[in-house]
Design a protein around this ligand. Structure first.
Ligand SMILES: O=C(O)[C@@H](CO)OP(=O)(O)O
Length: 248
């Protein structure tokens, strides 16, 4: 029996709307994001994909997206696990900066390196900076050297994969349909693993907000068929919009 995994990037956030680098800053969904989350719930229900368990990051925009979509799909009651390991990539000193201004200031090459390269992290965010997460109570259990001050995609994979193995795979193995609500870059990390995308090619992959992406996995918890978005047209348009961010 194949295992069913549904990945869902949170809906448009207040900072997506303002075109700001967000990372671990805990912003909420915009009005548009709430509408997208409700639509995601409709898509799940229409497709008969009923999650048995939710895994989400500890960031409000992913939690809101899960709550709204599961409510619409009449699955608000399912078990939930939250983990910082599914958080967005920590954007370091870029957190809070305007994407268009950053592109203009540093040029397209550096901008693309920071946004999409596999192993070049943005500059470190100082602990006393406005958008630092040091002292945030939700990370109180993390060792100081576990709490990121910046991350590249490689770092995200390193902290996300242990949770995939120990947190998510056991639910899949138990026959549950698993919903993961997370973020553009933490989901890129998971998709890279599942689809075996190379370190170079992953730069071209963008994940749209609010559209469920479904995987059927075999006994080794790797795909047995290509993944599919529940609304492929909207997904293609959404991914193109993410790729173009920064360009006015
Ligand atoms: O700002 C961020 O945290 C992410 C996701 O919104 O942006 P990007 O797509 O530029 O990596």
């Amino acid at each position: 029996m194949p295992h069913t995994l549904v990945l869902l990037r949170h809906g448009n956030s207040e900072w997506n709307q303002k075109n700001l680098f967000t990372g671990w800053v805990d912003v909420r969904l915009s009005e548009l994001g709430r509408t997208e989350a409700a639509r995601a719930g409709e898509l799940l229900a229409e497709s008969g994909l009923l999650p048995d368990v939710l895994h989400t990051s500890v960031l409000t925009r992913a939690i809101q997206t899960a709550n709204i979509s599961l409510d619409v799909a009449d699955r608000a009651w399912i078990d939930v696990r939250r983990t910082w390991r599914l958080n967005e990539r920590h954007y370091g000193a870029l957190q809070g900066l305007d994407k268009a201004e950053t592109l203009e200031k540093y040029g397209p090459e550096q901008f693309q390196l920071w946004r999409r390269s596999f192993d070049v992290p943005p500059p470190v965010l100082a602990d006393d900076a406005e958008y630092s997460q040091v002292g945030d109570p939700r990370y109180a259990d993390l060792a100081d050297d576990e709490l990121p001050r910046t991350e590249c995609l490689k770092d995200v994979i390193a902290r996300m994969l242990p949770y995939w193995e120990d947190g998510i795979v056991p639910d899949l193995a138990a026959g549950k349909t698993v919903l993961v609500t997370a973020h553009g870059n933490s989901l890129r990390a998971l998709v890279k693993h599942l689809d075996g995308i190379s370190d170079d090619d992953i730069a071209e992959l963008n994940i749209p907000t609010g559209i469920p992406l479904v995987y059927e996995l075999g006994d080794d918890f790797m795909p047995i068929a290509p993944s599919r978005y529940l609304d492929p047209e909207a997904a293609a348009a959404g991914a193109a919009a993410v790729a173009a961010q920064g360009k006015k």
